[in-house]
Design a protein around this ligand. Structure first.
Ligand code: AMP
Length: 420
């Protein structure tokens, strides 16, 4: 038997109600904040991500699904959405129609990571991007939205972590300080961190190696070397979070994997999902629009992992979904009425009822079992003397009440069901 590719997962019918509930929650919160949905292609030219995310990141360096198509173009399955949204923003000049463009998305993503609990090769994210304003209120809005979604899903064990990376100049100056600090400790760093020392020194903070962690613990902190503007903006974000009752901690090691972040970065972690604790992350990326060929435009956004959030919900038993049911199950008492039953099902479906019946010529008892399994609200019995008299028996499955109605008055009965 051929199985699904490692790191990918089927979302089976039994899982769908939880996904739908999450998607509806996400869409409701985004609508309340006036974000409009955008959908972009599954693949893009590789340059969008290579340039947008940065060559020195794990995503671009080792995780992208990149292939050459028949016309020798290098294409990549999208590993994240921000670069793709910015490509669309630039291409369609969305900023010309509106100075501030607020977008949200729900989409599959692809990264060739080592699969483990909460980490897949095809996974799904929802997220938002607000392009066109420097206001730190929008940075706070990203945290408010993601926090509100997670709270609406009744999650409890959450930690909001925030940090500021400052402006590009601040960061360059800070990198020099960090380099001086690490210079004589360089040989004790892991191989990965030694490489990052040369290529992208800030990313040493992302290292999970314990000996690296020990060394960088005492390094100077970027948050203590911010420029005035970044400092002021950071205060505004903190103030807004306090006013909205969102608890947070400042995590000076939160540099995040991607090159394009400036000023605020944040992450929301869950204590309920094992090793991969981040449910969502984001921040400001004032340089990306220009990097991808647009006019310099400030922007901020976040992305959240759906599988990981659902895992947290499952582990916390945070919300429950009513079992799926149908309105009517038609039970055929006489086998020769098969075609009549099918026709009646068609009529009822046109009245907007969910209806099913037996296609396997099963006994009345087996049909009744099926009706119970499907949690039918009503069962219609068709056949016998009633049918000959132009009638049928109807059973209300929640009260157990039965009534006889004429086949002609079915519309009125349906109207009654629809009202409930
Ligand atoms: P990132 O785009 O790396 O900042 O990721 C944002 C969120 O997407 C993370 O917090 C995770 O919840 C989720 N995520 C990232 N990578 C994966 C993955 N390989 N499998 C499942 N979820 C992921």
């Amino acid at each position: 038997m051929i199985k699904a590719v490692t790191g990918t997962k089927d979302i089976l019918p039994a899982d769908i109600p939880r996904w739908k509930y999450l998607e509806e929650t996400v869409e409701r919160v985004f609508k309340n904040f006036n974000y409009k949905e955008i959908r972009t292609p599954i693949f893009e030219e590789t340059a969008i991500f290579a340039r947008g995310i940065g060559e020195e990141t794990d995503i671009v360096g080792k995780e992208m699904y990149t292939f050459t198509d028949r016309s020798d173009t290098s294409l990549t399955l999208k590993p994240e959405m921000t670069a793709a949204v910015v490509r669309a923003y630039n291409e369609h000049a969305l900023g010309a129609q509106q100075p501030l463009v607020k977008l949200f998305y729900l989409s599959p993503m692809f990264r060739q990571e080592r699969p483990q609990a909460g980490r897949f090769r095809q996974f799904h994210q929802f997220g938002a991007e607000a392009i066109g304003s420097k206001s730190p209120l929008l940075d706070a809005e990203m945290i408010q939205m993601s926090y509100e979604i997670l709270k609406s899903l009744e999650l409890k064990n959450l930690t909001v972590k925030i940090n500021s990376l400052g402006t590009p100049e601040t960061r360059e100056n800070y990198k020099k300080l960090l380099k001086i600090f690490l210079e004589d400790k360089k040989n004790k760093l892991s191989e990965d961190s030694r490489r990052r020392f040369e290529t992208n020194i800030l990313r040493i903070f992302d290292s999970k190696v314990e000996s690296d962690q020990k060394i960088i613990k005492d390094a100077p902190k970027l948050i203590d070397h911010l420029d005035d503007e970044s400092k002021k903006d950071f205060e505004v974000v903190k103030d807004q979070l306090k006013k909205s009752g969102i608890p947070f901690v400042i995590d000076s090691a939160l540099v995040r994997g991607l090159d394009y972040y400036t000023k605020l970065t944040f992450e929301i972690d869950s204590g309920s999902v094992g090793a991969q604790t981040a449910l969502c992350g984001g921040g400001r990326y004032d340089l990306l629009i220009e990097t991808l060929g647009g006019k310099p435009t400030p922007a901020t956004g976040f992305a959240a992992g759906i599988e990981r959030i659902l895992l947290a919900c499952e582990n916390e038993k945070s919300f429950s979904i009513p079992e799926p049911s149908i309105d009517v199950y038609l039970i055929r008492i006489d086998n020769e009425l098969e075609s009549f039953v099918s026709e009646l099902a068609g009529k009822l479906r046109k009245e907007n009822l969910s209806v099913d019946f037996d296609y396997l010529q099963r006994s009345v008892k087996a049909q009744m079992r099926e009706a119970n399994k499907m949690k039918a609200k009503y069962v219609f019995f068709i056949g016998g003397d009633e049918y000959k008299a132009g009638m049928m028996n109807i059973k209300n499955m929640s009260t157990g009440e039965e009534e006889k109605i004429s086949l002609e008055s079915i519309r009125e009965f349906v109207a009654k069901i629809n009202q409930r």
